[in-house]
Design a protein around this ligand. Structure first.
Ligand SMILES: [Zn+2]
Length: 136
């Protein structure tokens, strides 16, 4: 236990020595008329530190604007995508496109999407449910 605390004190002292040395170099350079070099180095360090922070904040802002969470129009499966992106539904495989913050079906050109209407001889038209009920 005592050994480890001695090591911690050594590490702290070496850190202080580094900062003291850096301060000494800065003071010496300033007295020699190299203030412009120090300013340039400080600006570079500020850019190195703040650059990634600004980049991450910009990426978050961009993702919040472009990210779309909406259900698949065919099966209702909740999906996430980027605005303007083409993808397939993970659940049903339907080709989809993200437009106006919603997922829309990407039908091939020339395809007419219609609802099937069954005409019965009795004269009443009704939408077929798709399965069963063919003979009347
Ligand atoms: Zn789907």
């Amino acid at each position: 236990m005592n050994r480890y605390s001695n090591r911690l004190i050594e590490l702290n002292l070496s850190g202080i020595g580094l900062w003291l040395g850096l301060l000494l170099v800065v003071a010496a350079a300033g007295s020699l008329g190299l203030g412009w070099l120090l300013n340039w180095i400080a600006a570079l360090l500020l850019l190195v530190v703040l650059g990634p922070v600004v980049a991450v904040l910009g990426l978050i802002w961009w993702a919040k604007r472009k990210l779309v969470e909406a259900p698949c129009p065919v099966c209702g499966f909740g999906m996430t995508g980027f605005e303007g992106m083409d993808c397939n539904c993970l659940q049903c495989g339907e080709p989809l496109a993200v437009r106006d913050r919603q997922f829309q079906r990407r039908t091939p050109p020339g395809t007419v999407d219609v609802a099937v209407v069954e005409v019965s001889p009795g004269g009443t038209n009704q939408l077929s449910s798709g399965l069963g009920d063919r003979g009347s």
